[in-house]
Every structure is written in C-alpha cells, then in structure tokens.
Design a protein around this ligand. Sequence first.
Ligand code: ZN
Length: 343
Amino acid sequence: MRKKLLLILFLLLLLSPLLANNPSIVKVELSPSHQVDLLEVYTTGNISPQGLLSDNQLTIDLPNTQVSDNIKVVRRNSTRIGKLSIREISSQNSRLTITLKKDVDYEIINIFGRNKSIIEVYDRSDFAKDLMAAWERKNLKAKGQKLKPVKYKQLLSRSRQQLEGKIIVVDPGHGGSDPGAFSANKIPEKTLTLQTARQIGLLLQQAGATVYLTRNEDRSSNLKDIVDFTNKIKADIFISIHYNFAYNRDVSGTETYYYNSDSQRLAQNIQKNLVLGLGRKDRGVRRGMFYTIHHTNMPAVLIEPAYISNWQEGDLAGSASFQNKIAAAMAKGVISYFRNTHD
Ligand SMILES: [Zn+2]
C-alpha cells in the first residue's frame, strides 16, 4: 500500500511540469487617443509577447499562455485599429491579431510583476519611401558602370542541402560614385551593404545555394542592369540590401519591403527572423514600389535591417558581428521560405 502511494507521488512529480498552468490572458482593453492607441493585455503571470507587423495586420504571439474561458475584450472605436481577435493557436500559445486601418508603428512594453503588457500603436512617420524614390530617379538617369556580378558557386556536398539547386541574387545597394546614406559615424551605406551582402552570400552558399552578388567591389550599377541580369539568369529569389536613414536620429528598427504579392511570404519569413535575430524594433513588412523589387520576375525583397542615422544602430551596422547576425537571420528566413513552398 505504501509502495503504491510512493509510486503515485513519484508519477505526479514527473508530470508536474506538464500540469503547471501557463499564465492565462484574462482581459484585453483598447484605449484609443489622438496620439496613441493603448492595447493592454492582462494576464495571470509574466509573458513575453513577440510582434510581427505586416502591411495592415499586426500579429502578437503570446508564447506559453492560454486564453481564459472568461476573457474580456473591452474596446472603443479607433482610427487605427479595426478588428481585434485573440485565440489559442496551440496548447501552449495564444495569438492576438489586430487589423489595422492605416500605416502604424508599434511598441511592446512588458510590465513585469504586474501581469500586464501594453502594446502602443501610433501613426507611422514614413522615412524610407521618399528618400528611396529620389535616389532611384537619379540612379536610373545615370548610366552607372557595367554590371560585374560575382558568382558564389554551389558547394558540393554528400548530404542534401536545404537550398540545393536554388539561385539567389544578393544586391548590395549603392556603390562607386553613389555612397547612399551616411551613418552617424560617417560610414557610407555602400560599404555597409557590401560587407553585409558578402556575409549573406557566404551563408546562403553554405546552405547549398548558388549565389550571385551584383557587385563585389566599390562600383556603381544601374538598377535596370541589376533587374535585367536577375531576370536573365532566372534567379529563384532576389534580395536587395540597404540601410535606412532618417533625419531624426531617434528613429531605429528593422524593415523589409516587397512589391509583388508572391513576394509577401518571403518578406514575412525574412522580417520575422531579422527581428528575432537582431532584437531591434520591428518596423514591419511593408509594400513599397521600389524599382528592383517591382521589376524582377521572381519573389523579391529589399531589406533595411537598421537605421544607420541612429547612433546605436549606425555603430552596430559597422560591426562584423551584427552583419553576421543579419546573414544568419537571412539564411534562416530564406530556408524557412523554401521549406514551405510547394511548387
Ligand atoms: Zn539605400
């Protein structure tokens, strides 16, 4: 009898981690105002939400949580936020899905010890689009130097590689007479994009892909030549590397652009991994009519991993370790994109 009791106690001890409840989401409250919408998520324990902004939807994943049976959703009308829904996506994870009515930025603030997270949603100030459009007009008028792409050959391997057979074009933005933006420490964007593109190229090559860099030295290229080359070699995907700039040095974070609808999923896979890997502010997956991603025939993205006009991110962008984190995140994003492509 005593033995049996001990056995039961022992089994309970083994099972206890499974029986311990994750924190529950008990209430979501939206309080809009002129400057900012506050979305408060009340829980029964500490949580670590992870957001992903993609066009008109903000997804907040709430790992290791469950949704209470008596969840309350309290809201008033907002000019920024449309539909709000919260549900369990697995036995361990919940997800808050927010439909957006306009372009926004957001910030997640965790108030540990008080069982609450606050998501601030505010109007977006757009920096990249105008600057990029002006630069593209200038680039397309200038002839540029003859395109001199460099091939990173597919590495031979005994085992099947994740990106085997894939052709990927990596385009380091700017170059030569076109320096791009300057970091807070006066490093030209063209130098940072080339360093980063080389690291990305190496990791994609190691994963089995054939990679072309559109330049591997400090030279200027015409955007149309880049597009023509990429379409001619029938690349599977195209990735353009830029760094972002804003006159306001406080602005920071990671953005990924796409244009064609068949590029959106690639952009989402990449942005998700960049945000997780770099730990910078998620400034979202955005649709942008930039020349290269508009005119290439395959899924194409343009990444802006950080704002080099920001002191901290300008320093980071110049460091090999940060560039390597970008490359690792890009490789993960590209691999997960192809893993889920069924064609
Ligand atoms: Zn640029």
